[in-house]
Design a protein around this ligand. Sequence first.
Ligand SMILES: [Zn+2]
Length: 558
Amino acid sequence: MKKTIKNARIYTCDDKEPWAEAIAFEHDRITFVGAGIDAPVGDIEFDAGGRTIMPGFIDSHNHPGMVSQSSWHITLPWVDNVEDLLGFVKDYAAKHPKEEIPFLYFEYYPTTLFDEKGPTKELLDAAVSDRPCLCQDFGEHLHWVNSKMLECMGVDRNTPDPVPGLEMFVRDGSGEPTGWIKEFAWVHFADKLFENIKWEAPMKMTPELMEEFFVFTKENGITALADGILEGEEQLIAMSELDRQGKLNLYYDGIVRFWSYDDLPEKIAELRRYQEKYTSRHIKLNMMKLFLDGTNEAGNSALLEPLAGDSAGMNFGEIKMDTEELTKCFVLCNREGVDLQIHMVGDRAFRVGCDAVEAAQQIAFEEGTPWTIQPIFAHCELVDPADFKRPAELGITINWTCHWAGGYFGTQAISILGAERWHRMYRVMEFIESGALVAFSSDVTTLYELRRRANPLFGIQISHTRIDPEFPLDSTICPGGVRTPEGQQIPLDYLFKGYTLNGARQMHWDKLMGSLEVGKLAIMNILSENPFETDPMKVKDIRIDAVVFEGELIHGTI
Ligand SMILES: [Zn+2]
């Protein structure tokens, strides 16, 4: 059955023919894109009423597993002082006794409430001491816990840190954990915690638990996504089941995390197992994930110059691997034909990443092994100007989270990096102008964040304007509330390409999707307004009127 949509303004994301008026498709494939008068007569014809049609969005770094597992978290009100925060926590605990909620997990506390020593367990004990309690910071990489939580996890001065310096328990002079935790060090002890309190958080990955995530992606026109961390095999089982029920409605590119060169072979073997069991039309797995450093806000990103305020000039942040080890990882991944996605925030991490790709390509060349893999550098918040052109030269894909480009992380990193470095972060245009492939994402990790920040149009607006409508920056620091430096507003046409075609390229799916061209899958969104003619501050309010996925209308009406 042939379907034709006429009277549309179609932004195809295909450079050869960026605009069209009509599109036709048969079964799941596009058979025509072009002028309205030339369009073939379809068995079913739709009139788009002059509305805009674009390819389905591709979110190239998201966390379906973590988001689904966060549904039981308790949302904290936004406060600017510790007393109000503790008042809320204490009150909440009083209203919901331990028998009802045996473990209290709050999100988020403003990271700026505390200095570099972080909050303490004693402070939180004053609000809740009868059961484990955790508060996650706004940047999502820091956790503040009470004494009961440390006790139930069995964590004390003798417990080694999972990844010293990066994934760790902050300690006082005697080695005693203070109650402040960097990254997800506590998760390594979660089983013990649940065993001790004889309760398990509703985190078991079931189709029911994950369903809300995929309702969101469907309604927001997200038709493909790359994972940032796979939360175990259960996630794949649940997603495969949702796919069977017709509730996945997207293409999924999975990922397996590893920690070092030593555990990489074993983790690639795990990936192979998943590939064999779960690869389907909509699900593939072909990426490994490494966290190379931490975050600027937590003071553990890897920097070329010492942290501001470090008078001894010895603290350059933290890095998980040196160039040599990372080079070996790239060589192995290339031999195995699996992509490598790296979390990197600081300028030293970025340089080590580029140096490792360069060295690995040289080794591959000398060995006569073709270089076929896609290195993906996620975040790249602070980059030395000498390195801006290297991703284009080395074929590295940059993954940028669009909704961070305004004031989402506030100004807290100024105290860590100093003003000079802070004002030259987030320079995505440098990569775009040098010709690197830049793909866009939402990188949300909780349900709360998904609902508020993962709509691609919301992120597109922020990277286009450098103004966050929810978290405006102080205009004494950034004139007009526009995130510095100047000239980093990304043009809309690139933002749409980065959220469609470039995402498809990152995932090696560009022959199938990412643009509206004859022969590709009929996957498209019908928008309520044309974003190119909309007030830049209102792009986020454009609605997705309809979503066509593989030739079928899966949401809304045309
Ligand atoms: Zn992520």
